[in-house]
Design a protein. Sequence first.
Length: 348
Amino acid sequence: MEKLLEQIAQYKEEIVAIEPNGAAELEDYRIKFLGTKGIVKALFSQMKQVSNDQKKEFGAVLNEFKQLAEEKYEAWKSALSGDEALAATAKGEAGFDWTLPGDPLPLGSRHPISLVRNEIVSIFRRLGFSVAEGPEIEDDWHNFTALNLPENHPARDMQDTFYLNQTPDWLLRTHTSNVQVREMQKNKLPIRIVCPGRVYRNETISARAHCFFHQVEGLYIDEQVSFADLKQTLYFFVQELFGRDVKIRFRPSYFPFTEPSAEMDISCLLCEGKGCNVCKQTTWVEILGCGMVHPKVLENCGIDPNKYTGYAFGMGIERITMLKYQINDLRLFSENDVRFLQQFKASF
């Protein structure tokens, strides 16, 4: 006990005698007295050698010494200039050049889905289409009934829907057609819009499907709009997006909100006619559905079907992106693997 007290008295005299003289000496002082292997820590470790009846007295002396050492350090640091203080409190490297530039931050990149979405919208903007958006949580009427899918209609089984438990009349939209309905209800004709957005369906996640994905739908309503107008619009779109060498075909199909209806296929860009899991060995890939707006849909939205006609189309952005960038697994888009996303760094 007496030996330790003598050591502390000597250290106190040393601290009082120290004259502040720059950041390097300050750091040396911190390491010597306050560092993890410094004098203060070493003295506290000697507490176990002091008898129990003297620990209280010794502890009070130690705390007083520690406070003295810390006050000396803070006063010394405050006396330094701004640059010296930064150097003393950072890494303590006296010879470090603090004017050097920092480490460069890597540039980010836009998600491939965003890149393709913007490109699709840009193509249709050149044709006079404007962008319209709507809610992702939608009521049953705008998502189904207004589109000629009344309650208990078998076509509702075509889409596995996420309903909200507390309010079953509300759901996560299964397509962006709800935006088309809301725009038609405004009754500001003619209408020429594209509707990009995220949609949700209760599907099994695989290389070709996901429970959420992105769509772009289009709608054009005016007097004397024909199916020929629809075909020429989509021909232009595909050639602008994929090039003029891509093959295109239309197949008859069924959608409750269009009549007549068709699906549009293009030659598979992944396998180049050899067959793959994306085209299911057929060498063709369906990229969108389309058709003339059903007269009943026009009536539901307050538009006279005897005066106005229109066409509509819809496509999944993920499917388009897979073809454009030669990606064979849809799940990659939502896994957020930086190694995958960095491939698109040059595309802005």
